[in-house]
Write a protein that binds this ligand. Structure first.
Ligand code: GLC
Ligand code: MG
Length: 547
């Protein structure tokens, strides 16, 4: 079996993950094949041809491991078993071989920071202070007043410490009390967790998205976190403190290097295997996670676009800062949405979501696309009794729940958008928009946002300038974000009108793609007129100037 060779035409061959686009699947919500209302592995396998048709290179699956599902799989009770809800190891193997056959790579979520309370390691650990696995987790005496040992907060709100009455100790959890943190300073924990990587590498996966990496090590002196002076009412309670003693410790790079060594040792005949880290840290901290000498992550996930104002100056400033901070040889990457953040079409609106897609897929670096965003899916609305995410219940009054961005994939206009059989009850309600926003109707519509994504993916695949060309911001009129992507052989201007009014820009060339999907090959001689909410990829021959 062979995967398609790197498609970029010129220069050195880039590794597959630099050429590729990654598609994130939230397995619970992709396709339910057995009618229990929850998506599963056979469902994903069935839809691999859709992903190949779309033109993505790899999928990243949110967790599919055994779990009591308190945090919907991010609370793992067995890292090397598939939860029966998703299928079996045989279903997994089938998915891998099908994916390989059609040239789609598979990345798994790897959750090193914590386990479920139901993991055998934790059930043993909590039995007694002398348990074999006691040191595998973080235990501490109470403060003199009987309260938690220090002021550390859980990301999901409240103290990060929970008292375990049988042994009278508190245990630490960066997230829910049902997700106790592992003790990565304890060698047996490292060994066991690195074996988890080996297990899945041996089964053929192409790499991992590593969950919650910034939390992996915490201060061994248990010092209090200082208050964050930027905290304002209405922000999540976690933001009240600066997590300097609980996240992003300098020492964390050492266990990451150990992970990378395992991955490096398993480079397979299909190429390099990769580590992408989930890291919500400032840019200058983020880039420290690169291991361009082969000792860190290939890609610390750059989620900064999600939090940046939808405004040309802000976006250009982000791109330039990121670019200037990247160490030599580091490959950039961009994310517009994921299972923890409101969807792009909700954040910027349907018209600008098309422009956002053009931005994501024409920036320099690997792009990650969140399932359903290619259709223009928006956040679902839920009744109070339909809310499933535990985070939603942590802080009454704040919209913290993540269910809206996790509603079922919209395959067609039928009952439940054909996410599950008609008689089944989907685990989250299917958004009402599925009557028009769905794969079947958008595939048939040559002007749909799905068609736009496919065109962008295919244009990118064939364009050396988009894959490896340098990035330069161009001066443009107010409301327009414009940049040049170029190699000696090809130069493209990307001009994005971030407003709902017409704009124009001085340049000449030929239109390669419009977000409106009409002006194919149109010749532009001096002045590019952008319609409201229009983005254009233009191939130029002369130098670009703007006004
Ligand atoms: C990561 C995941 C999030 C999960 C958390 C705890 O942030 O993306 O969904 O709740 O880790 O594992
Ligand atoms: Mg199912």
């Amino acid at each position: 079996m062979t995967l398609s060779p790197p498609r970029a035409g010129h220069g050195d061959a880039l590794p597959w993950w630099q050429l590729g686009v990654i598609y994130q699947i939230y397995p619970r919500s992709f396709l339910d094949s057995d009618g229990d209302g929850v998506g599963d592995l056979p469902g994903i396998t069935r839809r691999l041809p859709y992903l190949a048709w779309l033109g993505v290179d790899a999928v990243w699956l949110s967790p599919i491991y055994s779990s009591p599902m308190i945090d919907f799989g991010y609370d793992v009770s067995d890292h090397t078993a598939i939860d029966p809800m998703f299928g079996t190891l045989a279903d997994f193997d089938t998915m891998i071989s099908e994916a390989r056959r059609i040239g789609v790579r598979v990345l798994l979520d790897y959750i090193p920071n914590h386990t479920s309370v139901e993991h055998a390691w934790f059930t043993n650990a909590r039995e007694s202070r002398r348990s074999v696995r006691r040191e595998w987790y973080l235990w501490h005496d109470s403060a003199p007043d009987g309260g938690p040992p220090n002021n550390w907060r859980s990301v999901f709100g409240g103290s990060a410490w929970t008292l375990d009455p049988p042994t009278g100790h508190y245990y630490y959890h960066a997230y829910l009390p049902e997700q106790p943190d592992l003790n990565w300073r304890h060698q047996p924990v490292r060994d066991a967790m690195l074996d988890v990587l080996r297990f899945w590498l041996a089964r053929g996966v192409d790499g991992f998205r590593v969950d919650g990496l910034r939390h992996l090590l915490k201060d061994h002196r248990w010092r209090d976190n200082p208050p964050d002076r930027n905290f304002r009412a209405g922000m999540p309670p976690y933001d009240e403190l600066l997590p300097v003693h609980t996240t992003d410790l300098d020492e964390v790079h050492e266990p990451i290097a150990a992970m990378r060594r395992v991955v490096n040792e398993h480079a397979h005949r299909h190429g390099e295997r990769i580590l992408i880290g989930e890291l919500y840290v400032p840019l200058e901290r983020l880039v420290r996670y690169y291991g361009t000498d082969g000792s860190g992550l290939q890609m610390p996930a750059n989620m900064h676009l999600i939090a940046t104002a939808w405004q040309p100056e802000a976006i250009a400033a982000l791109i330039e800062r990121y670019q200037s901070l990247l160490p030599d040889g580091a490959w950039p990457n961009w994310v517009l949405g994921n299972h923890d953040r409101s969807r792009i079409a909700t954040r910027v609106g349907a018209a600008q979501a098309r422009v956002a897609a053009m931005l994501l897929l024409t920036l320099r670096g690997t792009a990650t696309l969140y399932y359903g965003d290619e259709l223009g899916m928006t956040d679902g609305t839920l009744r109070r009794d339909e809310i499933r995410d535990p985070y939603a219940h942590q802080v009454p009054g704040l919209r913290l729940g993540r269910d809206p961005e996790r509603t079922p994939m919209q395959w067609d206009s039928d009952t439940h958008a054909s996410f599950c059989p008609p008689h089944a009850q989907p685990w989250l309600p299917v958004a009402g928009s599925h009557r028009t926003v769905n794969v079947a109707s958008e595939r048939a519509d040559r002007l749909s946002v799905l068609t736009l994504h496919r065109r962008l993916l295919h244009t990118r695949r064939r364009s050396d300038a988009l894959i490896r060309g340098a990035y330069t911001t161009l001066r443009a009129s107010k409301g327009v974000l414009a940049y040049l992507r170029g190699t000696p052989q090809q130069r493209l201007i990307v001009a994005l009108n971030l407003t709902s009014a017409p704009r124009s820009m001085r340049c000449s060339g030929r239109v390669r793609l419009s977000t409106h999907l009409d002006r194919n090959d149109q010749h532009i001689g001096g002045e590019l007129r952008l319609r409201p909410n229009e983005g254009i990829v233009l191939e130029i021959s002369g130098l670009a100037r703007s006004r």
